[in-house]
Structures are given as structure tokens and as C-alpha cells.
Design a protein around this ligand. Sequence first.
Ligand SMILES: *Cc1c(COP(=O)(O)O)cnc(C)c1O
Length: 396
Amino acid sequence: MHHRTYVSHLECSKTGERLPAGKLANLSPSGAPLLVRYDLERARREMDRDRVALGPNSLWRYAPLLPLRDMAHLVTLGEGMTPLLDTPSLAQRLGCRRALIKDESANPTGTFKARGMAAAVSMANELGVKKFGAPSAGNAASALAAYAARAGLEANLFMPRDVPRANVVECQSMGANVTLVDGLISDCGRIVAERGPGEGWFDVSTLKEPYRIEGKKTMGLELAEQLGWRLPDAVFYPTGGGVGLIGMWKAFSELESLGWIGPKRPKMISVQAEGCAPIVRAWDAGANESRYWENAATVASGLRVPKAIGDFLVLNAVRESGGAAIAVSDQDMLDAGRMLAQTEGIFGAPEGAACVAAAQRLLREGFLAPDDELAIYNTGTGLKYLEAWDPAGEDF
Ligand SMILES: *Cc1c(COP(=O)(O)O)cnc(C)c1O
């Protein structure tokens, strides 16, 4: 298959400083996440949206808008092109015209973390990395373990001791080096930052390298494609580090530059858990950045991120979109998740369930209208969260 990428350079998300693409990079010189930029004018002349569907049935149909230069370096397990499910019974329960679930549980390792890691590991593979280091709340570790195993590379993973058991078993089964830490993901991140350079690990922490965003932006590209090159009225996204929300916002702007969609954007709704809601607190205060959230606690392990390095990018996107940031309680997310499972047969992650609870509330409060069309990201499978769904470990 003919392949070319339109990648042009890397850009500091704070200062706009340009760095060359095609070199290993972590944060920008000013300590901010790097964004991958493309020659979209040329892509606009040469690409045809009607030909996208002729590509592979995975996120790699978007390879020209991804940074990999040589497909020989690709590390894939078939990630992406997850179903966008029309869920009329859920819509009726929520009280809106149409609800769509983008069901990310269909990804390798059961969560959308596969998208980011497929891109990051492929790029690292292209750039000669042999060993990875990463902190994780659980699912990023599982995805990294899988892609590292697939590529024959080494994964060194640091997770909080109380991470869902499925993640630990999964990572160990795939041959990763797993260390359980008495602390939060931020403590794990510190260990990787301290030990990594001496051990020769490439740090693939959330937003500390530029390519996981690129993998996750394909959620936004696919949403537009699956809706026939238009976008819904609102997008609900469970926000931990915020990579997916930042990525989708970037995807929408790239699609408009290509002329594949118009200027209409969905309201971006950033959903967090009441037990760890630094972005929501910043949003409510009208701040541009979040502060560290003390004693972070929620069954939605992917949302247990007390301080996100890309918080300002999330807050920007939410603001520009006319969206909102809201927090829901663990009880409300579990109730909403059972409702989703019972009405539509989708057994989701608590993070996805949090979005259903948030949709319920924003429709009830009138922030969204009954005529709206909602896209809700179920970011993972409920099967990875048996402790959350059945805390007593009962037999039903
Ligand atoms: C990591 C994770 C999230 C949060 O994703 P970010 O893009 O880092 O905000 C949400 N849901 C699940 C299931 C996750 O694993």
C-alpha cells in the first residue's frame, strides 16, 4: 500500500517553539507537552476523504495523518475503528434525541489506551528505543505491555498497589517488569523520572512524549467518519490525563483544515470523579490550570490523576467548545453503568459509566437540550473492573 505521512514538525503547546520530527522527544524545552504538526495544506490537495474507507479496518487507515514514516516499523494489534453504537433505549432514559456510544472496549487490551500506545510504541520502534518506562493507573500499563511484547521490547511499569487486579495479571502475563507502588500515579511517575535515565528507559508517561496524543486523536477522526463527516452536539469524555480530549480537539481542527468537516464543534464535556476532580475544580474557578488534588480516590482508576500536565490544554478545549467540566460520584457512575448494561448490553468501564451519569445530569439541568445528539466515550470494558462492579466479591 502506498503510504506517506504529512508530518512536518513538533511544536511546544505553550510557546509554539518548533522542534524537528523524527527524533526522540519528551517534553519541550519549556517543560510542556509537544504536539505533532502536519503539512495539512498539501494533505488537503492530495487526500480524499472518500478513500479513507479503502484503508485498513483499524486506526491505521489514518496513517497519512499520523507520524510514522515507514510502515515496516508499525506495531499493531488491530486497534481502532471501534463501533459507534446507536443506543435508542439509553437515549430514551436520558431524555435526548440520540445517544451514541463510541465503544472503546473493543480495542486490544480492552481499553482505548491501545490507540495511544500503538502510536507511541510504533514511533519508538522507528526511532530505535529498546526499553520503556511508564507510570500508569492500570490500563496504559496493560496497553504498553502488549505493544512492547508484540515488538519484542522491554516494558518497565509502575502502578499504584491498589490498581485493578486485571491490569497486574495482564501485564505480568505479557512479560513486563511490574512494580507496585504504595502511592498514586504521580508517585509512580516520579520513580520513572528518577530511574529511567540511568536504566536507559524511554519515558512514555502521559503527555511526556508526543505520540500517544496522535494515537488517541483517531477517536475524533473516526467519530467524524462514522457520522458521515459531521460531528455531534456534545462529546462526553472521562478525563484523567486528558489525552483523548486534547487529541480529539486537535483531530477536529485538522479535519477542518483538510476541508473534510465544517466549523461546527461539539460541546466538549470533561467528566471526572468527585473523589479526584482537579480539572472540574479549575473549571469552576475559571482557572487556566489545575492544582494537585489531595487524597485522590475513585473506583474509576483511569480518572485517578491528581494533576495532569496537559490540564491547560483540556481547559482550553472545553472553553473554546462551549462545553463544561463536571464531576460525578462513584455511586452515580456505578448506577449509570448498570443502567447502560441493562438497557443496551454494554458492560462498560466505570469511566464510561461516569459519562452516562454526567449526560443524565446535564440534560436534567438543561445545559443540553432534548434535541441534542450526544456521543459518549465508553473508554474500556467492565471486565477489567470486577472489584468496582462487585466490591463484595459475591456470587450472583
Ligand atoms: C486512562 C483512562 C481514562 C482517562 O484517559 P485520559 O485520556 O488520560 O484522560 C479514561 N478511561 C479509561 C478506561 C482509562 O483507562
